[in-house]
Ligand binder design. Structure first.
Ligand SMILES: [Zn+2]
Length: 478
């Protein structure tokens, strides 16, 4: 039983956890840790102040009618939340207030409400937790203090009974918790426009500042990458994309990113002041600092899928390249990898999934997208009968556990396993099941897995799955 995992999808009474305190951050109030936290650890489990509502109007009506049932502290903290774009810092309020104006309550819900997550099954049997306003909107008093960064340090899952915030990275005592308000696997100018239109602020996190300077060093690569992104956005809207075009987008964004990185490294040799102090001082950036000593030739020698470490500086450079790939390359690569997987080209899919997993691990470790990439990498390894498939399964269980809690891998991956299985490709005999069972131990529920395998192996043998007729990329999975 994992109290802060997928069990929260069912009605339950979670216990609160609060390893954080509010403080005055540079961009208004924020949350920081009260102790050192490891990746995957729950740092905050926060109940909503009211049950989730359909929208901000309903929240305002519910808060007005239930106002006297809130504790004085809840009233005070609710009133201290931001409620319009120019309301910062919010007025300090005392307890026992009269019922606040509807407009203010509506504003509080609009600015601080989080769409609740539900388990969604895609046509490809991929299960993910998706947050959509139609699931209901909840206001969490502690969780509302989380600030945004395009390089998040925590992953938040707003369940209807509880907001669960887990560390994505090592957090030291007193470190600020920052999460992503918007999709951060997009170029900086897209992220900034999105944040400006939805949240009325312009992001100036260190990743945005860094990325802006990297691409400014290579205007031609920047132009090519932006044009590729526009085409990708169009295809996402249409919901269709040919394999050829998607492959072209993936290759072209990887090349442009490599060129931008190489030219940036040349530029920074001449102009050591290229990066502002705000970037240099950030703990998140320090991982990439050594990479700034590398040369353009080092960049050209990088192999995206290659995992063979050469020397330390190249490892750092590969990490930096992966961070930059998260902006233009990751989203189309995710689509291409899914397409390859669906058309049962498992070896090719596996190589691409590994690259996607590593890029996602750089930007969003222990997040739903990291879990999806790692799980797909493990499933393609199994389907391709790769010798190392058990290692990939173990890695995906580890990541899934740090994202959703223990026991989640089975619930999320089992459907995909069955969907991808074909009697010829995945030799689903007892020995296969036993190997999988063994590699999940001890994190997952052995008994449950054994039962699943016994029933699904029997079921799958009866199903003669036909291979996908040609390329089918009509579903956008992101
Ligand atoms: Zn940013």
């Amino acid at each position: 039983m994992e109290q802060y995992g997928l069990d929260l999808l069912e009605p339950c009474e979670p216990t609160e956890i609060c390893e954080v305190e509010t403080f005055e951050a540079s961009c208004g109030r924020g949350l920081r840790t009260l102790k050192q936290i490891l990746p995957g650890e729950v740092v905050l489990a926060d109940k909503p102040v009211l049950p989730p509502c359909a929208d901000a109007d309903e929240f305002a009506a519910a808060a007005s009618s239930l106002w006297t049932e809130l504790t004085p502290e809840e009233q005070m903290r609710l009133m201290a939340l931001r409620w319009r774009s120019n309301s910062a810092p919010p007025a300090q309020a005392g307890p026992g207030l009269v019922v606040p104006a509807t407009g203010r309550l509506r504003g509080i819900a609009s600015f601080n409400g989080m769409a609740v997550v539900k388990l969604v099954m895609k046509p490809s049997a991929l299960k993910t937790l998706e947050a959509q306003p139609c699931n209901g909107v909840a206001v969490y008093l502690n969780g509302s203090m989380l600030n945004h960064s395009c390089f998040p340090t925590v992953n938040r899952l707003p369940f209807s009974s509880c907001l669960v915030v887990r560390a994505s990275r090592d957090l030291f005592l007193g470190e600020e918790l920052v999460c992503a308000y918007t999709e951060v696997r997009a170029p900086f100018y897209i992220r900034q426009a999105e944040l400006e239109s939805t949240w009325a602020f312009r992001c100036c996190c260190w990743r945005c500042l860094l990325e802006e300077r990297v691409w400014a060093a290579a205007p031609e690569a920047d132009r090519v990458a932006r044009s590729a992104w526009r085409r990708f956005e169009r295809r996402r809207k249409d919901g269709t994309c040919s394999e050829e075009e998607l492959r072209e987008l993936v290759n072209s964004t990887a090349d442009s990113t490599k060129t931008a990185l190489a030219e940036f490294l040349v530029a920074i040799q001449d102009r050591t002041d290229l990066l502002p102090a705000e970037v240099l001082q950030e703990r998140g950036f320090q991982r990439y600092q050594a990479a700034c000593q590398c040369t353009a030739a080092d960049v050209r020698a990088l192999d995206l899928t290659g995992n063979t470490p050469t020397h330390k500086s190249t490892d750092d450079l590969l990490a930096f390249y992966r961070l930059l790939l998260a902006s233009f390359w990751a989203a189309p690569a995710f689509e291409l990898a899914f397409g390859l997987q669906e058309s049962q080209r498992y070896e090719e899919a596996h190589q691409l999934w590994l690259a996607v997993r590593n890029v996602t691990a750089e930007l969003l470790p222990f997040s739903p997208s990291h879990t999806a990439a790692a799980t797909e990498a493990s499933l393609s390894a199994m389907a391709a009968e790769s010798v190392a498939w058990e290692e990939h399964v173990q890695e995906s269980v580890r990541i899934c556990c740090g994202t959703y809690g223990s026991g989640a891998w089975l619930r999320l991956a089992a459907g995909r396993l069955e969907h991808l299985a074909s009697p010829t490709r995945m030799g689903l005999d007892g020995a296969y099941g036993a190997r999988l069972e063994a590699c999940l131990e001890p994190r997952d529920d052995m008994q449950k897995l054994a039962e699943l395998f016994r029933s699904s192996i029997g079921g799958m043998r009866c199903k003669l799955r036909t291979a996908h007729p040609g390329w089918d990329c009509t579903t956008v999975h992101m």
